[in-house]
Design a protein around this ligand. Structure first.
Ligand SMILES: NC(=O)c1ccc[n+]([C@@H]2O[C@H](COP(=O)([O-])OP(=O)(O)OC[C@H]3O[C@@H](n4cnc5c(N)ncnc54)[C@H](OP(=O)(O)O)[C@@H]3O)[C@@H](O)[C@H]2O)c1
Length: 259
């Protein structure tokens, strides 16, 4: 594969960090944007070989001034973006009766408006690639109501953004696809305090596991392989697709008790 330049939002943790690692291993230039220095430091403790190999920039995908600065930086340093992974996301919990308006707005702001304004900010650089690929990291919770109304609605909106942009950006030879993971072991639940502690997290995973026909919860590598494929020219006729990577949880048969 030729050396390309990829921008990953939320590359300092979980699924995004594994995507960064896999792209660096394949010899590509990788820029990650995320908010906190502490998660970048944690990522580099976990994967010290990435130091100096991937660029970890602090930037908030909900802030247009931040994204303008990222645009100028990439324009000056690389001049092009071959692929964008809208991976950064947050998790909130609650139903219409329990979630605050602030948490609802925050979820939509990061998970839906963030990918929208980040994609728009990077369009001039993506157009220069002649064959760019955008991958939106959505969720099975966007396809079926989950446990958080704001999170499910944000991801359903992201899937429609995928389909809409596939139509709008196809004429520029820019492909846009969603990857919708099932439950994947990452720091997201603990970092966003949707479970109290590690014991509660492990209990949540154990409770969920029987609903996965493959018999295990996902790991970030289960998602990254598909993302790297969609970024590559091997996927050059795939656009507007909503693709689950979920250990089969979406085919759960509610009529038969789990084995
Ligand atoms: N893990 C799962 O079970 C699962 C299942 C389905 C879908 N997903 C989706 O997969 C994606 C990655 O999730 P993950 O589990 O890997 O989460 P994670 O480990 O919590 O990582 C999230 C990343 O996004 C960054 N981020 C959050 N808000 C941001 C903002 N406003 N601007 C820039 N960066 C931001 C975080 O860094 P900072 O906080 O420092 O900004 C972090 O680098 C998310 O979109 C999530 O919804 C996850």
């Amino acid at each position: 594969m030729d050396k390309k330049v990829y921008l990953i939002s939320g590359g300092s943790s979980g699924i995004g960090l594994t995507i960064v690692n896999d792209l660096v291993s394949a010899g590509h230039g990788v820029v990650s944007i995320s908010r906190s220095e502490s998660k970048i430091a944690r990522a580099l403790r976990e994967m010290p070989h990435l130091e100096g190999k991937a660029e970890f920039i602090t930037s908030n995908i909900s802030s247009e001034p931040d994204l303008s600065a990222v645009y100028r930086h990439i324009l000056d340093k690389y001049g092009v973006v071959h692929g964008l992974v809208n991976n950064a996301g947050i998790l909130t919990k609650g139903t219409i009766e329990t979630i605050s308006t602030d948490d609802w707005r925050y979820t939509l702001d990061v998970n839906l408006t963030g990918p929208y304004i980040l994609t728009r900010a990077m369009l001039p650089l993506l157009k220069k690639a002649d064959g760019a690929s955008i991958v939106n990291i959505s969720s099975v919770a966007g396809l079926k109501p989950g446990t958080s109304v704001a999170y499910s609605v944000s991801k359903a909106g992201l899937d429609m953004l995928t389909r809409f942009l596939a139509g709008d950006l196809g004429p520029y030879n820019i492909r846009v696809n969603s990857v919708n993971p099932g439950l994947v072991r990452t720091p997201i639940h603990l970092d966003n305090r949707v479970v109290e502690d590690r014991d509660a997290y492990e209990a949540m995973l154990e409770k969920a596991r029987p609903r996965y026909p493959i018999g295990r919860i996902g790991n970030p590598g289960d998602i990254s392989g598909l993302v790297v494929f969609l970024l590559s020219d091997k996927a050059s006729w795939i656009t507007g697709s909503i693709i689950t990577a979920d250990g089969g949880v979406m085919v759960e048969n509610d009529l038969i008790p789990p084995k």
